[in-house]
Design a protein around this ligand. Sequence first.
Ligand SMILES: NC(=O)c1ccc[n+]([C@@H]2O[C@H](COP(=O)([O-])OP(=O)(O)OC[C@H]3O[C@@H](n4cnc5c(N)ncnc54)[C@H](OP(=O)(O)O)[C@@H]3O)[C@@H](O)[C@H]2O)c1
Length: 296
Amino acid sequence: MSTQKTGTIAVFGATGQQGGAVVDALLDHKARVRALVRDPQSDRARTLAARGVELATVRADDPASLATALAAVEGFYFMTPEANSLEEVEAEIRIGTALVDAAAEAGVPHVVFNSVFGADRESGVPHHDSKHAIEQHLRKSGLRASMVRATAFMENFTNVMAPSLEQGEIVLRLPLPNDVPLKMISVRDIGRVAAALLLDTAQAPGGAVELVGDELTGPQIAAAFGAHAGLPARYEVLPLSVLPTDLDRVMFREFAKAAEYPTDSAVVCSIEPATLDLAEWIRASGWTAPTNVAGS
Ligand SMILES: NC(=O)c1ccc[n+]([C@@H]2O[C@H](COP(=O)([O-])OP(=O)(O)OC[C@H]3O[C@@H](n4cnc5c(N)ncnc54)[C@H](OP(=O)(O)O)[C@@H]3O)[C@@H](O)[C@H]2O)c1
C-alpha cells in the first residue's frame, strides 16, 4: 500500500484503542496526522505528540474548537465513546452528530466513521442503534463518507472475555450459545482498514466495510487458546444475567442471531491482506495462558 494523500488526516479518539490503531497505521504510511484530543497534557496525548502527531484540543460540544481542528484536513476519522447507559447513548449520538456537522461545515473531503457491525439497520441494541443514527446523519450530510463497522475486538480476550486456567485446562465462558459464531477483528486491523480508506488506497464497496477477521463458536475459541497453550480447553455457556448492563444483555441476545447476518471476510482481506484470524492474533499479541485460578 502506498500513501496517495499528502494532506493532514484528523483523528478523533486517537488516545483510545481503535483511534490509536488508526494513528499507528497512518504513521506507518508516513501520513500527517492531527489528533483531536480533550486533554493535550494527558500521557497518551503527549506520547502521540512525541511520535510527530499534531494535537488539536477540542470539546465535542464546542463547534468552534472542532472547526479549528478540522480546518484544511484531507480526511477525518472518528469513533464514538463507549456507552453503558441510555444517557451515555444519548451523549454518544450528540458527539457523533456534532463531529459530522463540524466536518460538513469545514468541507472535509472524506470522513471515515468507525461504526459497529449491524449499524446498517436498527437492531434494538441501544449502543448500536446510536451508531446507526450517526451513520444516517453522516449519509444525509452530503459528505463523502465511509463506514468501518467493527465486530468484537479480539483484544477483549485480554480483559472482559479473558479465558482462565483451571486445573490445567483453559476455560472460556461467554453468554453465547455453543453453536453461535462470534464475529471478531483485531484492533490493529480496524486501524489498517480505516487508514487504507483515509489514504484512498482502498475503497469501501457500497460505502461500508464490515470488519471481520474471524468467526468462531465458543468451543472453537477455547480450542484456539488451548492449542496455543498446549493445554486442553473447554467452553461453558453463561447466562445473560452475568452481564453488567442491560445494554450488554440486549447486545449478546443480538449476537445469538449471528446466522441471520452473514459476513464476507474477503472484503476485509482485499483491503488488508494480512488481516489476523484468531490463531494469528493469539500469536501476534503474545498471549500466554493465565496463572491457575486459586484453589485449582
Ligand atoms: N469492545 C468491542 O468489542 C467493540 C466492538 C465494536 C465496537 N465497539 C465500539 O467501540 C467504541 C469504543 O472504542 P475504543 O475501545 O477504541 O474506545 P476507547 O479505547 O475507550 O477510547 C475512547 C476515545 O474517545 C475519547 N473520548 C471519550 N469521550 C470523549 C468525549 N466526551 N470527548 C472527546 N473525546 C472523548 C477518549 O479520549 P480521552 O483520552 O480524552 O479519554 C479516547 O480517545 C464504542 O463506541 C463501542 O461501542 C466496541
